[in-house]
Structure formats: C-alpha cells, structure tokens
Design a binder for this molecule. Sequence first.
Ligand code: SAH
Ligand code: SF4
Length: 363
Amino acid sequence: MQSMEKLDCRGYLEDELAEVCLQNGLKKYRANQLFNWINQKSAQHWDEIKNIGKADRDTLNRIFTLKPLEIMRIQQSKDGTRKFLFQLADGETIETVLMDYTNLDSRDRQTVCVSTQVGCPVGCSFCATGMAGFRRNLTVGEITGQILDVTRYLQQEDPEFKVTNIVYMGMGEPFLNYEAVMKAIGILNSENGQKIGMRRVTISTSGIVPKILKLAEDNPQVGLAVSLHAASNKVRDRLVPINKRYPLAQLMEACRVYSTQTNRRVTFEMALNETNASKEEAMALVSLLHGMLAHVNLIPVNPVFGSGIQRPSKEKITDFKRTLEAGNIPVSIREEKGLDIDAACGQLRQRLESEIDESVKPS
Ligand code: SAH
Ligand code: SF4
C-alpha cells in the first residue's frame, strides 16, 4: 500500500528502498539505481536520473520526495573552514561545517561536522545551540542530506571532491537521536553510496550513558568523543546539566566499557573557560583518566553572545596542558577552526536569528 505522505528517499538504506519499490510494482534493481543516484552521485532532482525511464521515474516521484536542503548562507573562514547554514522543509535552520577544506590539493582528508537536532535539550551553559533551546530531532534524510548537499556544492569547484570523515559534533546531542544517527551512518557507509568507513566516523556526546554502552554493542568501529568539560561533579553540573542525570562516575564507567569492548581510545573534550581551567580541575582530570585509553583535547572556549563565559589566559591553558602531561595523559590544544566565522556550534544560527529580529523591529 502506498502511504498518503511521500517518503524522503534520502532516509533509507538500500534494502529498505528495494522493499518499497517491490511493494509498488517496480523491479528491485530500480532501487539499486535510485540509491546510487542519490547517495553516490548526490542527485538532487528526478530529471537528473537518466537511466531510469520516465514511467518508473514518475512512479518513484509519486512515492518519494527528492529535495536538497536549501543553502541559506555560506561563510568561509580565513583558515579554509566553510560553514553552511541550511534551511529545512519546515523552515528550521541547521549548521554544517566543512573543516579541513583548505585547498583543492588536500583531497586525502575532508571532514564534515554534521548536526543531529534543531537546537538541543541538554542546555550546556557555554553553547549557543543549548541556549536556543530544543526544537526537534533531524530525520535520517536531513542528516545524510548535509553530507550529500555539501558534496554536491563543492563538486561545482572540484568534481573530485569527496567527504572522507564525519564528526557528529554539530548542533544537537546525537545520542538523543540515536536511531536516526545510526541509520545515517549506515547509509553513508554503503558500498553503493558514499562509502565512508565506520572508522572515519566519530560521535561526540555530552554523556548519555546508556547510548555510549549501546554504541559499543551496535557499532564498535565508530569513534567516541565525550564532551567532559570538567572533572568534578560540582563544576560539571553547572556546565553540562545532563551530568545531574548521569554523573561522572557513571559516565567514566561507560567510557571504560566502550574502550575495553572496542579497544579504542576515547577523546575527551575540554572547552576551557574561567570555571574549569584551574590546577585542581587539571589534577582531578589526571586521576579521572588514570589508566584509560584516552586523549584530551583542550579547546579555548569560544565566547558565545549572552553566555557570560570567557576564555582563560594563554598561560592558564598551557599550565593545564602541562599538568596533564606530567600525569601521562595524552593531550593536545585544539586550535578552534573558523573563529572568524562564528564557528562554535550554533553561533551562525544565533547570529542569523538576531539579524532577523533586528530586521523586523519597527524603525
Ligand atoms: N552535543 C554533542 C555534540 C555537539 S557539540 C556534545 O556536546 O558533545 C560539539 C562540541 O562543541 C562539544 O564538545 C561542545 O561542548 C563544544 N562546544 C559547544 N559550544 C562551544 C563553545 N562556545 N566553545 C567551545 N566549544 C563548544
Ligand atoms: Fe547540546 Fe552539545 Fe551544545 Fe551541550 S554542547 S547544549 S550537548 S549541542
């Protein structure tokens, strides 16, 4: 039976597409062709699909929608980072960042940072996305669409352009939209699609403990980054409110299970600000991570309008790093990419909304 509402064809695995095609009287190979056009060639309109005859294309068009996300704005940083602001079908906006795009010769590694929700319910105190509140989860097709549409856009400049790595570090908490994220990873991994290896995918979480454990079971190849930001419950409760639900002891236990089960290093993110960059916090972090397969990324916090949270001095950041090194914890300072283009999660959207607010104010 055909449902009333059309299905977004970018949200289905190849065998799911095949099932829908068969149910609608189409041959199975049509699904393979369609999947290839959408997911490997990043087709955005039915009339691009040349090797499916008009009659079958019309049938597909009756069942499925095939529509790109609308590019509202692109910002390019001096360091090569590009940030896309996309508008979704219901008018909501999300951000997608192409991080390693410096020049057309660096084709070996192209990382895209994708969003998983419109807004975020976790509400971290330093994060523009969290401050804006939660609107909804993204659909599978809206997640894969970010990769496909960025690819398509960049291929206008370089026909060989290909995304090689994906980080789920854009707007939203990926583990609060777990099923859609896992399906998107599967679609983007498909042999007949983008072929982005599982080991080239990293999910960043604020610490949704049951889903860390589930990831280790479901897909041990996918990398895990944990937005720790503090090594004591007192400080973390204030920065990352989900800590009250899953406090540090539980979170660290889940990370240990993930690491043992997958034999993979966990990346811990520390957005350093005036509240978490002290010597005591650094020492607490050393004991917290003792004996674990871990790597710490220190990121000077990107000051977000309205958060009141500031960066610590350069010296404090260097001291923090030294304390970790003295405790034998692998650590690096990550230079924030695209600072000049509001690169921190949710900032471009925040700016756009304030501009829209300005423009509707009576003069
Ligand atoms: N919700 C997930 C993934 C998206 S946020 C998470 O929290 O892990 C991606 C990363 O950006 C997280 O580590 C988050 O803490 C960090 N981040 C958010 N706002 C920031 C800011 N203003 N400065 C520096 N890092 C920030
Ligand atoms: Fe949500 Fe991550 Fe922002 Fe926290 S840092 S509010 S979890 S998007």
